[in-house]
Ligand binder design. Structure first.
Ligand code: ARG
Length: 457
C-alpha cells in the first residue's frame, strides 16, 4: 500500500511499482529507519507537537517492530514501496491513528537522507575495524621480516636491496591514509538532515538539536534544500573505498607475482588457494586475483554515484534512490575483500631464501658500490660511471660484484680496496640504509611500533 493515497484514483501499475520500489535494497536500513523515527517522535512529544503519551506509544510501538523484525516474527514485506513505508504502515496497523501522527513535520526526503547517513556511519566503523585488523597482520609480518632481504624494484627491474618487512610497511602507510580519509568523511556525514522535511523546513516549532543529540550526530544541516539533497558523503566514501581498492589491488598484484614460479617469494596456504580442473600441478592465487578484479566494481560504483548526482536540480529527485545500491555494493565488496585478504596474508609462508637468492642477482648493490667510492672521495658521477663499467665487465665474465676479484676492480678504478666487499654485502647494504623512512631494521621496528600505537592507542 502506498502512503500517497488521496490524490490518486487508481492503484499503481504492477511493473511501475516494481520499478519504483526500493525495498529490496533499502530494507537493510530498517534499524536506522526505526532509530530515526524514535528520535523524531520523541522530539515531537517534547516540543508539544503531538501529545507526550502518543509519542511514548509510538516509541514503544517502534521498539516492538524492531524486536519483531530482529527475531524474525515480522518479515519485511517486499511489496512495500520502501522501508519507510513499511515501518510506518506496520506502526499504524499496530497503533491505529496514533501511528499516523509519526510523520508530522517529516518527509521521506529528510528521513531517507538521515537513514543512509546512520547506516553508512555504522558501515564505515566496520570497515575501519577491518582495516585496523589488516594493519595488525601487516605489522606482525613486517616485524618477522625486518631483516628478510629482498630486491626492491623499479620498472619491475631489480633495483636496490630492501627487506620484505619494509616492503609490507609501504602498504601499511597506504592503509593508514585510508583510515584517515574515512574518518574524515565521517565528520561531514555525521550531520542531521531531519527537520529539512520535504525541502523547505516546516511551520511546526521543532527542535532539531533534540534529534541531533539523540542520534549522536555532531550538528544539524543548515539549509533545508541541501539537507535533503546532499549526497556528498556517499561520493566521498565511495571515493575513499575506491582508493582502498587501488591499494588492495596493487598488493594483490604483488602477491600474484610473488606466488609465480618466476618469483616464488611466498607460498599461499592451501585454504586460500584454488586448483585447476585440468592441470593437476596448479595452485592458483584466485583470492588475490578476485580482489584485483573487484576493484573494477568499486570504481564503477563511484562513477555511478558521480553520474547520478551531477545533473539533478535541487532538491530531492528520485534519481537519488540510486545512491544506495552503489554505495552498499562498495561497502559490501570492500568488506569482503579485506576480510578474505587478512587470513590469506596471515597464513602465507615467506620463502626467505628465494628472496635472498633473487637479491643476490641483478647487481642490486651497484649503487652501494658507487656510494663506497663516493665515501672515499670520488664525485658521485665518476663513481657511477666506474661502477657501470664494473657491472658490464661482470656480465661479460659471468661474475657478480661479490665474486669479481679485487684486481679487476682496481683495473677500473684504483680507489677500490678490500673494503668494497664489506660495502656491497647485502646485509650491510640494507642495514646501512638508516635514513629516515629507509629499510634498516631499526626503522622497520620503530614503524611497526608507531603503527601499532596509532591503531591501538
Ligand atoms: N526510496 C526513496 C529513496 O531511496 C525514499 C525517498 C522517497 N521520497 C520521495 N519523495 N519519493 O530515495
Amino acid at each position: 500500500m502506498q502512503l500517497w493515497q488521496g490524490r490518486f484514483s487508481k492503484a499503481i501499475d504492477k511493473k511501475t511499482n516494481d520499478f519504483n520500489s526500493s525495498i529490496s535494497f533499502d530494507s537493510r536500513m530498517f534499524r536506522e529507519d526505526i532509530e530515526g523515527s524514535m528520535a523524531h517522535a520523541d522530539m515531537l512529544g517534547t516540543c508539544g507537537i503531538i501529545d507526550r503519551s502518543e509519542a511514548d506509544r509510538i516509541i514503544e510501538g517502534l521498539k516492538g517492530i524492531l524486536a519483531d523484525i530482529e527475531n524474525g516474527s515480522l518479515p519485511i514485506d517486499m511489496e512495500a514501496e520502501d522501508i519507510h513505508t513499511f515501518v510506518e504502515g506496520e506502526l499504524t496497523s499496530r497503533l491505529g491513528s496514533t501511528g499516523k501522527r509519526l510523520h508530522t513535520s517529516r518527509s521521506r526526503n529528510d528521513q531517507v537522507a538521515l537513514d543512509i547517513r546512520l547506516n553508512l556511519r555504522k558501515q564505515a566503523d566496520e570497515i575501519l575495524a577491518d582495516l585496523t585488523e589488516l594493519l595488525n597482520v601487516i605489522c606482525n609480518k613486517a616485524e618477522e621480516n625486518a631483516e628478510t632481504v629482498m630486491p626492491g624494484y623499479t620498472h619491475l627491474q631489480r633495483a636496490q636491496p630492501i627487506t620484505f618487512g619494509h616492503h609490507l610497511l609501504a602498504y601499511a602507510e597506504m592503509l593508514l591514509r585510508d583510515i584517515q580519509r574515512i574518518e574524515d568523511a565521517k565528520k561531514r556525514m555525521n550531520v542531521n538532515p531531519l527537520g529539512s522535511c520535504a525541502l523547505a523546513g516546516t511551520t511546526y516549532e521543532i527542535d532539531r538539536s533534540l534529534t541531533t543529540s539523540a542520534l549522536r550526530m555532531d550538528d544539524y544541516s543548515r539549509n533545508s534544500l541541501d539537507g535533503v539533497s546532499d549526497r556528498d558523503f556517499c561520493l566521498e566514501l565511495a571515493s575513499d573505498l575506491a582508493i582502498v581498492m587501488v591499494h588492495l589491488s596493487r598488493f594483490a598484484e604483488e602477491i600474484i607475482l610473488w606466488c609465480s614460479w618466476e618469483f616464488k617469494f611466498i607460498e599461499l596456504d592451501d585454504a586460500f588457494s584454488t586448483g585447476s580442473s585440468i592441470m593437476p600441478q596448479k595452485k592458483n592465487p584466485d583470492i588475490a586475483e578476485l580482489v584485483r578484479g573487484k576493484s573494477g566494481r568499486v570504481f564503477g560504483d563511484l562513477m555511478t554515484l558521480l553520474t547520478v548526482m551531477k545533473g539533478i536540480p535541487l532538491a530531492y529527485n528520485k534519481d537519488m534512490q540510486e545512491d544506495k545500491e552503489a554505495i552498499f555494493d562498495s561497502f559490501d565488496t570492500v568488506k569482503m575483500c579485506i576480510t578474505t585478504f587478512i587470513p590469506m596474508l596471515d597464513t602465507m609462508t615467506v620463502l626467505k631464501d628465494n628472496m635472498r637468492a633473487a637479491a643476490a642477482k641483478g647487481f642490486i648493490n651497484a649503487t652501494d658500490c658507487a656510494d663506497y667510492l663516493v665515501k672515499k672521495g670520488l664525485p658521485f658521477r665518476d663513481a657511477y660511471k666506474a661502477t657501470g663499467t664494473l657491472v658490464a665487465k661482470c656480465i661479460q665474465m659471468g661474475e657478480t660484484l661479490e665474486t669479481l676479484p679485487l684486481d679487476e676492480y682496481k683495473a677500473i678504478c684504483d680507489t677500490f680496496d678490500e673494503g668494497v666487499y664489506e660495502a656491497i654485502n647485502l646485509d650491510v647494504c640494507v642495514s646501512q640504509r638508516k635514513s629516515a623512512g629507509g629499510p634498516a631494521k631499526e626503522n622497520t621496528l620503530a614503524n611497526v611500533a608507531r603503527i601499532r600505537e596509532i591503531i591501538h592507542p
